[in-house]
Design a protein around this ligand. Structure first.
Ligand SMILES: [Zn+2]
Ligand SMILES: [Zn+2]
Length: 437
């Protein structure tokens, strides 16, 4: 009988140590991008109060506790979790309710991966090609008219084994708005056609931006001539089992690896596990630490690189305006579906924790404001930003501040009045008997 072994994996400290121990050496021997250096440096300082912190104090026993700000490093598995739910809800709010969304994956051929890695702008070119492709496919189905779908497009560079494998995830409304302001449903997408067209759209667009040398030209020609079309997935989901938006956004905001997948960091080597496909058995890989760091940092997007794009009805500038109009149309034939999805989102929003404390509670199942000594609730005493600038200090709030001159004057006046009153015969007449009762 198979023994049930508890999975071993590293903790946050060890994860940071991988970079702390090796980053200078890595920079000496490997090429790196500026954005990689920035993100590693932020990660190394994750949890360092120098980056700012919140100080809590227990009023019962005096205990203080410091909660450091998140490091905002793309590599940090801990800090990336904090804003995850926020982004998921943001995207779900944009999406039109009562309409199915097809999940389409568009991949790129292996021979081109290195070009994307060297020139990150090509990722944007790939994204635009993907959106153009979907618009074209819909036009094909509606002939000349052309219908406008809503498209959310997510660029991803990481394959399952952490390799650089640029590909696109798209969420597309199953249908679109016609020029006559009617909604045209569309649930059939021809996989074969999609693959062929994707190849054409991507290659023609890439050609403009790829290096103009013989080798590249020949490679593109060769791929063009080959019979194979690029691999695409666009299967219809029967009933959505997984929260596909949550799944995609998690991919975008999280680093390509979690603590749970790193088994060991020892003697300059890393052992980690990965799956070749969803549900497959774990594979184990052991490699030197520089190689491992290389695998991780290559997926950090450039600072100005957006990994989520909106097209058609979901274009940022139009999303809000279009949504109201389109949903009115959708409700005219699918009121129930619209209501159900709207309600679902509302529940999600209402249960969404907005404060840091609630976020911690849901993310880590731990309340950060409970005193570790006496168990009482702690209060925020101080919030300090990076480089020690004080953002909030309880003892310097008006409540604890010395009164201003005017306030002191007012207080004195009031006292004087009260005293006068007490001394007045009327006061004695009216109130004293009652007070003495
Ligand atoms: Zn962090
Ligand atoms: Zn306490």
């Amino acid at each position: 009988m198979a023994k049930l072994l508890k999975q071993v994996y590293i903790d946050k400290k060890t994860f940071i140590r991988i970079f702390k121990d090796n980053w200078s050496e890595y920079k000496r021997i490997c090429k790196y991008r500026k954005v990689e250096d920035e993100n590693v440096k932020r990660l190394i300082k994750c949890g360092d109060p120098k980056n700012g912190f919140i100080q809590l104090r227990c009023l019962s026993c005096g205990e203080t506790k410091i909660i450091p700000f998140s490091c905002k490093s793309r590599l940090c598995p801990s800090c990336s979790r904090i804003h995850l739910q926020e982004r998921i809800i943001k995207i779900k709010s944009i999406m039109i309710k009562g309409v199915g969304h097809r999940h389409v994956v568009l991949t790129t051929p292996k021979e081109l991966w290195n070009y994307f890695r060297r020139d990150r702008y090509l990722l944007k070119v790939m994204g635009d090609a993907g959106a153009e492709l979907i618009r074209d496919i819909l036009k094909f189905y509606r002939k000349k008219e052309g219908i406008e779908p809503g498209i959310i497009l997510v660029i991803q560079t990481s394959g399952r084994s952490l390799n650089f494998n640029p590909h696109l995830h798209l969420l597309i409304t199953e249908g679109g708005l016609g020029k006559d302001n009617k909604w045209y449903s569309l649930s059939y997408i021809d996989q074969y056609l999609l693959g062929r067209k994707w190849k054409y759209f991507l290659l023609t667009r890439l050609r403009k931006y790829l290096p103009k040398n013989e080798r590249t030209k020949r490679l593109i020609d060769k791929i063009f001539k080959e019979k194979r079309s690029f691999i695409t997935y666009a299967k219809k989901e029967k009933k959505r089992k997984v929260d596909i938006v949550g799944y995609l956004i998690k991919y975008v905001v999280s680093p390509p690896i979690s603590y749970q997948r790193i088994i060991e960091y020892k003697n300059g080597e890393i052992t980690f596990r990965y799956q070749t496909r969803e549900g497959a058995k774990n594979k184990i890989r052991k490699m030197n630490v520089s190689g491992f760091i290389y695998l991780l940092v290559q997926h950090i997007p450039e600072a100005n690189q957006k990994m989520i794009h909106y097209y058609g009805l979901y274009t940022r500038a139009r999303a809000k305006r279009m949504k109201t109009a389109v949903e009115k149309i959708i409700r005219s034939f699918n009121q129930q579906g619209w209501e159900e999805e709207q309600e679902k989102l509302l529940t999600e929003i209402l249960s969404f924790p907005t404060t840091y404390r609630d976020r911690m509670k849901t993310s880590y199942n731990k309340d950060p404001c409970i005193c570790p000594v006496c168990g009482d609730e702690m209060i925020i005493e101080k919030i300090v930003g990076p480089y020690g600038c004080i953002i909030f200090d309880l003892w310097k709030t008006d409540y604890f501040q010395e009164k201003t001159y005017q306030e002191r004057k007012d207080a004195e006046l009031l006292q004087k009045k009260e005293k006068e009153q007490e001394e007045s015969p009327r006061f004695h007449q009216l109130l004293l008997p009652q007070l003495q009762k």
